[in-house]
Design a protein around this ligand. Sequence first.
Ligand code: CP3
Length: 352
Amino acid sequence: MLRTADSPLIRALRGDRPDRTPVWFMRQAGRSLPEYRELRVGTRMLGACLDPALAAEITLQPVRRHGVDAAIFFSDIVVPLRLAGVEVEIQPGRGPVFADPIRTADDVARLTAIDPARVAEAAGPIRDAVGIVVAELGDTPLIGFAGAPFTLAAYLVEGGPSKEHLRARAMMHADPDSWHRLAGWLAQVSAAFLSAQIAAGASAVQLFDSWAGSLSPGDYRAFVAPHSHAALDGLGGVPRIHFGVGTGPILADMKLGGLADAVGVDWRMPLDEAAAVLGADTTVQGNIDPALLSAPWPVLDAHVREVVARGRAARAHIVNLGHGVPPETDPGVLTRIVELVHSLDRSVARQS
Ligand code: CP3
């Protein structure tokens, strides 16, 4: 961690305004890169995640190509469940699919009887991959990540991807005891996955609660926030980023009482408004609209400049997209955004 302590990303997470505004992209390691598609031929997604040399190489590809200020570990939110022994596959073009959805109190009891310590025991390939990555990255930080309990439950309870996550949201109210047992267990599983990445050298972590925006503020506070807090608590001094989509109404709750050093904001809320809600003790991350990655460059250029300008209202800003890189994105556009963000800092520095 000392190696990366003065990097723009880690400084911004601590609340400093480094000379260079850090920029990275969610889903930067993946299908937008031809070199990724080439490496993945003949290997299933979860197989790739559990092959240390392959996962390390895929993690490093976007850092070499784009000059981003951080790597995000190539893995998936369902990997720790697979490590715990849960039967799950990732179907191309669809997402995670579970052989046995967790719908009843009995299902929850059976699942949560698995000792979360199994994740740490089975995480050898994760630790090996992270070790290879950090040795190559030098002073560029690696961000470790995990899925938040609600987003994981949204897949587990449904058995696969869903639009409104009705079954998970129904369980909260129909059987709150089972819900809390399930979410509490998922928090331990995600915490074990994060700990493995940190032990092997990750310098920061991000908790993905991608679908938290589907919850009412009352449900978020009562049924979800305590479990997300548990997933991120007890990781030592490693800085934490908390991300969700459509979280405008619950943005202040996403701070998790100050546990999150940075909160991710999607494209629906301007960053100066988000900064006003989050206050002076939280860094903002975001919020380029992924839809504009396919717009003519002058349109995207103006949008990125506006994002950076509004981000100045926060104590510190990490430039990112409001959600992941769409697979059809021209990777040259991502490189150009990195160059633009870095050049803007120099021009502002010259003026002051
Ligand atoms: O570059 C990175 O961000 C690192 C790797 C990463 C992946 N998944 C790789 C991946 C990360 C951080 C994730 C997190 C993840 N996985 C989330 C939270 C982030 C988000 O986007 O909201 C979620 C909800 C998942 C579950 C999941 N896995 C989905 C919905 C999909 C897409 C299915 C598809 O094919 O469209 C996956 C598969 C997946 N995870 C891919 C990658 C690169 C694509 C699989 C492939 O290349 O074959």
